[in-house]
Design a protein around this ligand. Structure first.
Ligand SMILES: NC(=O)c1ccc[n+]([C@@H]2O[C@H](COP(=O)([O-])OP(=O)(O)OC[C@H]3O[C@@H](n4cnc5c(N)ncnc54)[C@H](OP(=O)(O)O)[C@@H]3O)[C@@H](O)[C@H]2O)c1
Length: 370
């Protein structure tokens, strides 16, 4: 163990998002994996055996020998773990994440369980870094805090919207074409999705609408006032492995031409870029000029440097049509849409003093109240 690093746990480490976490954390400059958890099906076995690794290459060496634990909150805290990255199913996450917060941990979650809690920020650090302040109230009430990630599709919508926010957003119409990995490891039978499109993803349209206005809302008095525009969403599952493609039609307060919108997207940067956080892409939005981009197969890994691959949202086909500005956006659903944003949020929380920088059993959130 490297005592200069902060000890972290990955919950739900054998799933699709859990494996992305392990891959991003295995060589992280600030964090060190000290525990991996999964269901009773996997507990007690070495991660390298139980994971059924799907990301190509080998299971990272630093994780392969870790024996998967059931992950009780008290035992994680006693091991000196201060951050839990959660890739649990929502139904399981509800109680476990609350218990970890009570034990004094900082929880960065991909589950929807606590997303709409008034004191839990849905953080996309380039869009709403200031919402991290909500964690302060949680620390006072519970000892630790929960920071949620948005739904994977929402992150692909919010980043272009944030870049265009200065033009005033009136209405957002979004149609998504979502990859099968979005449904998790045991998600969809091949019989249902092969060479097919399914025009329904449970609760997805509602999540996109509600989360987007929370993320782009104003933080005031310990709560978020939602942004005052409407999001009309239609979501479909398509036979693609990784990457959710979104078609956007935006009604803005001022008439914005394609060239001006393109420039705004290219110039867009956020706090993670300013702070040069380790998992921040150099540019959160990449603009493709070609008529037939972005495509999941060609653009899903967008983002530089190497450890930020999959962290950039690619936009293209920016065009004006009557009163609408239209474009496509592509987001990597398990990287920018899940594990990558959680890791970026944790980096921001460390830089802002919400989590002790030093590792070891003597550091905890109660000692380092922001
Ligand atoms: N896939 C995406 O693109 C995506 C994007 C954003 C957010 N999310 C959210 O992220 C979470 C994980 O998604 P996923 O796609 O990675 O799901 P997944 O592939 O189905 O993985 C689920 C993980 O949770 C573990 N688990 C299941 N039941 C458990 C229990 N009772 N106690 C402890 N661990 C349990 C599983 O362990 P076993 O292997 O032992 O069963 C596995 O490690 C979900 O909340 C999902 O909605 C997913």
């Amino acid at each position: 163990m490297d005592n200069s690093k902060i000890k972290v746990a990955v919950l739900g480490a054998t799933g699709l998002v859990g494996q992305r976490f392990v891959s991003l954390l295995a060589d992280h400059p600030w964090f060190e994996i000290a525990a991996l958890t999964a269901s009773a099906r996997s507990a007690g076995r070495p991660y390298g055996v139980a994971a059924g690794w799907v990301l190509g290459g080998n299971v990272p060496r630093s994780a392969a020998a870790i024996v998967i634990s059931p992950g009780a909150a008290a035992s994680l805290f006693e091991k000196g773990i201060r951050i839990a990255f959660s890739a649990l199913p929502a139904a399981v996450a509800l109680a476990i994440e609350a218990e970890l917060r009570e034990a004094g941990l900082a929880v960065f979650s991909n589950a929807s369980a606590h997303r709409m809690d008034p004191d839990v920020p849905i953080l996309i650090p380039e869009a709403n870094a200031a919402h991290l302040e909500l964690a302060r109230g949680q620390v006072e009430r519970h000892g630790g805090f929960i920071v949620a990630n948005s739904n994977c599709t929402t992150s692909g919508l919010v980043l272009p919207l944030k870049a265009l926010e200065p033009f005033g957003i009136r209405t957002v119409v979004v149609t998504s074409y979502q990859a099968i990995t979005g449904a998790g490891r045991r998600g969809l039978p091949a019989f249902d999705i092969a060479a097919n499109v399914i025009p329904h993803i449970g609760n997805e349209e509602d999540k996109l609408a509600r989360e987007t206005v929370k993320i782009l809302g104003r933080s005031a008095g310990g709560a978020i006032e939602p942004a005052p525009f409407e999001v009309n969403a239609s979501c479909a599952r398509v036979s693609v492995r990784d990457g959710h493609l979104l078609s956007l039609a935006l009604e803005l307060e001022r008439e914005v031409g394609a060239a001006e919108a393109r420039r705004a997207c290219e110039a867009f940067r956020g706090i993670p870029q300013e702070l040069m956080l380790p998992t921040a892409p150099e540019a959160p939005l990449l603009v493709r000029p070609e008529d037939d981009r972005p495509q999941p197969v060609l653009d899903v890994e967008a983002g530089r440097p190497e450890r930020a691959r999959g962290m950039a949202v690619t936009v293209g086909r920016i065009r004006r049509s009557g009163r609408f500005l239209n474009m496509f956006a592509l987001v990597h659903n398990t990287v920018r849409g899940a594990a990558g944003t959680s890791v970026l949020s944790a980096e921001l929380a460390v830089r802002k003093g919400f989590v002790a920088r030093r590792g070891g059993a003597d550091s905890n959130l109660r000692e380092t109240k922001p």
